[in-house]
Design a binder for this molecule. Structure first.
Ligand code: HAM
Length: 437
């Protein structure tokens, strides 16, 4: 029993599973990076008021789940519970919107929510997100959704679905809200639910309890109350989604946990994850930039859960990032060979080939065990004879075949053979799709 433990509800990723985590993160970001989204590295903590104003005071995320503290200058600081508000703050502060619209950005990293920990629900959660700000083009809504869908497909995921709806805008939502409130007032609801209905009647639509759901059959729906502009926008989003080859389900009762959404709103869920099935979600936000002090620019984006996407891959038996950690494992036998191997490792790495060495003078048997464990497709063996003749032994682990290669040629020799050998190694980094065709 160690003295220290990681904080409750905080997952850690270490080898071998951490390579799967990295591969998932890479796969989630890959489509956006290839669609013109630039990278933004955001602060992990911000002024508390940014989240209160941006995400919404009435949301659980802000009112119950934020890690908030006073810093040494007595300023109220919060660990970021999500990324969209911070991106808006950065666009406004750094005038990123002055260099042409839409501003397209992607980000990745940890977010913090003091939730009750359970499988797939963490207090430090990882997301890959994108935001596209400054265009109301419905084709952009479709692009954002299609990029998420492509990311999941690249990983080989199949058991997920996309729920889609429109939440209307400042023109049509107030009237809808009123009609929903009037409907809810006539139902048999407990005081806590009434309280929620008063704060945000839309939240009640998402109540999972059967006694509440049973009464909601005739509840008015936002999609039936959209204004002409919102209806046209939503129709066009769906036409572009067809162009993009994306399948979705209409989800007129979809409610998201953040207050800023307007118009297009969506969520991806995975059917094998139990209660925490949301693997990603997002939508359009009309008033957010303004609420943090910027111009009235509309934006749309998503946040994809890296932790949960990894769990989804594992549930489907996929192994993102599987394969050897290095391409070449060097085994020195004897002191002079160790110098040869250290120099050779440097040359291999400089040539773009990953390499590791059997450290710690383990002898041939112990070193070959380490080589096996590394799963490297090629092992280079250097003993006194090889040092004397300026050669090395190159063993292909898949076939067991070994040959002697001049030391001066071994980098080129291995580069050649690795290029024609199918390993997961570099493919994983360059194109995650190769792993799970
Ligand atoms: P969100 O739905 O709150 O949206 O989070 C996005 C994703 O993060 C979720 O679908 C889920 O996969 C993951 N996630 C959230 N909370 C947890 C948790 N406690 N443990 C594990 N995973 C979690 C947002 O955060 C918005 N900022 C997305 C967005 C960007 N909308 C527009 N632009």
């Amino acid at each position: 029993m160690t003295e220290f433990r990681a904080p409750k509800g905080v997952p850690e990723y270490f080898p071998p599973r951490s390579s799967a985590f990295l591969a998932v993160r890479e796969a989630l970001a890959y489509p956006a990076r290839h669609a013109g989204y630039g990278y933004i590295e955001l602060p992990v903590f911000e002024d508390t008021a940014l989240f209160v104003r941006g995400v919404g005071e009435s949301t659980d995320v802000v009112s119950k789940e934020m890690y908030t503290f006073l810093d040494r200058g007595e300023r109220s600081i919060s660990l970021r519970p999500e990324g969209t508000a911070g991106v808006m703050r950065s666009i406004v502060e750094n005038r990123l919107d002055k260099a042409g619209l839409p501003v397209k950005l992607w980000y990745a990293g940890p977010f913090f929510r003091a939730e009750r920990p359970q499988h797939g629900r963490y207090r430090q959660l990882q997301q890959v997100g994108i935001e596209a700000v400054g265009s109301e083009d419905p084709a952009l809504d479709a692009e954002v959704i299609a990029l998420a869908d492509e990311a999941y497909r690249r990983l080989g995921l199949r058991h997920y679905r996309l729920d889609l709806t429109s939440l209307g805008c400042a023109q049509c939502r107030p009237a809808y809200r009123e009609s929903l409130s009037a409907f809810l007032a006539g139902l048999d609801l407990d005081p806590a639910t009434r309280e929620r209905a008063a704060q945000n009647p839309l939240r009640v639509l998402d109540d999972k309890r059967p006694e509440v759901q049973a009464q909601l059959g005739d509840a008015p729906l936002m999609v039936d109350a959209l204004c002409t502009d919102c209806q046209r926008h939503y129709d066009q989003v769906r036409e572009f989604l067809v162009d993009a080859g994306v399948h979705w389900q209409e989800a007129p009762r979809l409610v998201r946990g953040l207050d800023y959404y307007t118009r297009t709103t969506f969520e991806f869920t995975h059917e094998m994850l139990g209660a925490q099935s949301g693997i990603g979600g997002g939508g359009r936000y009309d008033g957010l930039m303004e609420s943090v002090g910027g111009d009235a620019l509309s934006g749309i984006g998503f946040g994809l859960g890296t932790d949960r996407t990894l769990l989804a891959c594992e549930a489907e038996g996929l192994e993102p990032g599987a394969g050897a950690a290095v391409a070449v494992f060097l085994v020195p036998i004897g002191a002079p060979a160790r110098h040869v191997c250290v120099r050779l490792a440097r040359e291999l790495r400089a040539a773009g080939l990953s390499a590791d060495i059997a450290y710690g003078e383990r002898g041939l048997k112990g070193s070959m065990k380490a080589a096996d464990r590394s799963a490297a497709p090629f092992v280079v063996i250097v003993g006194d004879d090889e040092v004397a003749t300026d050669t090395v032994g190159v063993k292909e682990m898949g076939t067991g075949e070994q040959q002697t290669v001049p030391l001066a040629e071994v980098v080129a020799h291995l580069a050649d053979r690795l290029a024609s050998t199918t390993t997961n190694l570099d493919h994983a980094r360059k194109d995650p799709r190769v792993q799970n065709p």
